[in-house]
Design a protein. Structure first.
Length: 242
């Protein structure tokens, strides 16, 4: 793909992994739409990493429609925006509203944004969608030892709203990939690894660098036309289990 002529949208690009994706794509010559639900935080991110601010709250239908209406051609959509309000809370003590809020952003927001931007993605010669998921949403890794991190032992049923939202996102990745295969739109999910961000402050102790996860997202955004679709990849490039 010719970076100079290519346009990418990163949702939730005001901090963490999304901001790093925007920074790296911009450095590679892409036109980057820096998705932000808050104009001040968005402007700050643009000042730091470049690109063009696109106001976009993935939970607000009017915001999604306005953002999609302002973009004519899109080569890469990176559904990165996410929240994890129930981190550390066991499922038996999690309010159902935490599930609703989490799903509004992490699941329904992805459907809304993806469907709204499909017309502009169809104008691209090599359209790609990358869903930033989580290894904690892998049911295989949640029920058996994970070579990277033992979610089963570490969480013991905590973070179920967040983790099940990512399981749902993984399922959506399969269904979108199947629905869009004939259109040449590749849809893959990324398990970015534990990264030091606002969403996961504990990873600061572990030293997880968001830039490594951002590079992995960009690899999926640049897959060749004969590359895979409908899969979950770990940040190290290996296929991760559902
Ligand atoms: N960090 C990790 O260890 C880790 C591990 C696995 C997966 N992930 C995934 O990586 C993605 C990025 O998270 P992060 O770790 O980089 O956390 P982060 O720094 O908190 O970034 C989350 C981003 O999502 C945005 N956002 C939240 N709700 C939004 C909405 N309704 N509309 C638009 N944007 C919204 C936030 O914007 P505001 O500035 O407005 O809040 C922020 O820009 C998430 O999908 C997360 O689940 C992270």
């Amino acid at each position: 793909m010719d970076a100079k002529a290519s346009v990418a949208l990163v949702t939730g690009a005001t901090s963490g992994i999304g901001k790093e994706i925007a920074r790296q794509l911009g450095a590679a010559g892409w036109s980057v739409l820096v998705g932000a639900r808050d104009s001040a935080r968005g402007a700050k991110a643009v000042a730091e990493v470049g690109g063009q601010l696109l106001l976009l709250d993935v939970t607000d239908p009017l915001s999604v429609a306005a953002a999609a209406g302002s973009v004519s051609k899109l080569d890469v959509l990176i559904n990165n925006a996410g929240i994890a309000p129930d981190t550390g809370t066991v499922v038996t003590e999690t309010d159902v509203d935490a599930f609703r809020r989490t799903y509004e952003t992490n699941v329904f927001g992805v459907v809304a944004v993806t469907n709204a931007f499909l017309p502009s993605l169809r104008c691209s010669a090599h359209p790609r969608i990358v869903n930033v998921s989580s290894g904690t949403g892998s049911l295989t890794w949640s029920t058996a030892a994970n070579p990277q991190f033992d979610f089963r032992a570490a969480s013991r049923g905590a973070g179920a709203a967040y983790r099940s939202s990512k399981t749902a996102l993984n399922a959506l990745t399969v269904f979108y990939a199947q629905a869009l295969a004939d259109d040449g739109i590749k849809v893959n999910a990324l398990a970015p690894g534990l990264r030091a961000t606002n969403l996961n402050p504990k990873a600061i102790a572990a030293g997880g660098d968001p830039s490594e996860a951002a590079a992995a997202a960009i690899r999926l955004a640049l897959l060749p036309d004969n590359g895979p679709t409908g899969q979950l990849f770990s940040w190290d490039g290996t296929v991760a289990p559902w």
